[in-house]
Design a protein around this ligand. Structure first.
Ligand code: ADP
Length: 296
């Protein structure tokens, strides 16, 4: 699926401009949408899945304008919103069967087979009889992805995929998505957690205040911070000094000293040396140097 977003804007009735002239092209595979809270990610997601309309610009999916071809495009899309909840009292399989009924016209037998195959894919077959709202947080999130996938969507949109998940579930959830991206599905992940993107997405955009601050491969963003990430181990006094002058991204206490990683355009300390940057460093660099947002 090819998605072309042109000059997109969204002004809410209260006058707030949540999206301001966004241009993006999104192809198959995993696409990450990164940005701090309030950047406009959820607004963009809701427009993409046709739950709300933009106030300006256009989106085309495989050449079709999503406003003019809503009916045709809707079945192509699976959506997992951030605040996804279940109906009370439905068993896990019943909930998924209900979602399947809404998104396909399969007969009952085929539908149940499809439901069980999907439960198996997300590792929930063992708990198919358990009440959906009694599943653990991670299991609920996986059931959420199953309901988004049940109609075989060509576009899967997931808002804040790993919020509230423990590390093990987070990895499991990422692996499910990564398997899916091997198929010809476009997956858009919207997140404020840098780690959700670095490990899985081949393309990304960073939003800030409704605008695209960066778009391209994560490596491209990392490249821009090359030579600006430093490491130095210092004692208390120097550490306080560094903290007051630079963006310190991590500190580890080592035998009474501080192993410090920080971002600076020039060498911040005589003993500092450059280290290989990662996407987290690039995010801090971008937010602080390019956009003037103080993160640390
Ligand atoms: P994100 O998902 O990146 O946190 P959102 O799209 O939720 O960003 O919000 C972007 C901005 O738009 C925020 O300032 C938010 O308060 C505002 N906003 C979101 N929804 C509405 C709405 N329905 N009415 C007015 N303002 C809104």
């Amino acid at each position: 699926m090819n998605i072309e977003i042109k000059e997109l804007s969204k002004v809410y009735p209260n006058g707030h401009a949540a999206i301001q002239g966004i241009n993006l092209e999104i192809g198959s595979g995993m696409f990450g949408l990164l940005g701090p809270n309030g950047a406009g990610k959820s607004s963009l997601m809701r427009i993409l899945v046709t739950l709300q309309k933009a106030t300006g610009g256009s989106i085309h999916m495989d050449g079709l304008d999503i406003n003019q071809h809503r009916k045709k495009i809707r079945p192509w899309i699976g959506y997992l919103p951030q605040d996804f909840t279940f109906f009370n009292k439905l068993k896990t399989w019943e909930f998924l069967d209900y979602a399947a009924m809404l998104s396909s016209d399969l007969g009952k037998k085929k539908r149940i087979a499809e439901v069980d195959s999907m439960l198996d894919q997300v590792g929930l077959l063992d708990v198919r009889e358990r009440q959906a709202n009694k599943l653990s947080g991670g299991m609920k999130r996986r059931l959420g992805i199953a309901q988004a996938l049940i109609g075989n969507p060509r576009l899967l949109v997931i808002d804040e995929p790993t919020t509230g998940l423990d590390p093990e579930e987070r990895i499991r959830f990422r692996n499910i998505l990564s398997d899916l991206s091997q198929k010809d599905v476009t997956i858009i992940l919207s997140t404020h957690i840098v780690g959700d993107i670095s490990s899985t997405c081949n393309n990304m955009a960073m939003l800030n205040k409704g605008e695209v601050a960066f778009s391209g491969a994560p490596e491209g963003m990392i490249d821009q911070v090359k030579n600006h990430v430093w490491q130095v181990t210092v004692e208390d006094e120097d550490f306080t000094d560094l903290k007051s002058k630079y963006s310190v991204v991590s500190t580890i206490p080592v035998e009474g000293s501080w192993e410090t990683q920080l971002i600076s355009m020039e060498k911040p300390h005589p003993e500092a040396f450059n280290i290989q940057p990662n996407l987290e460093h690039a995010y801090v660099f971008f937010m602080e140097n390019e956009l003037g947002v103080s993160l640390v």
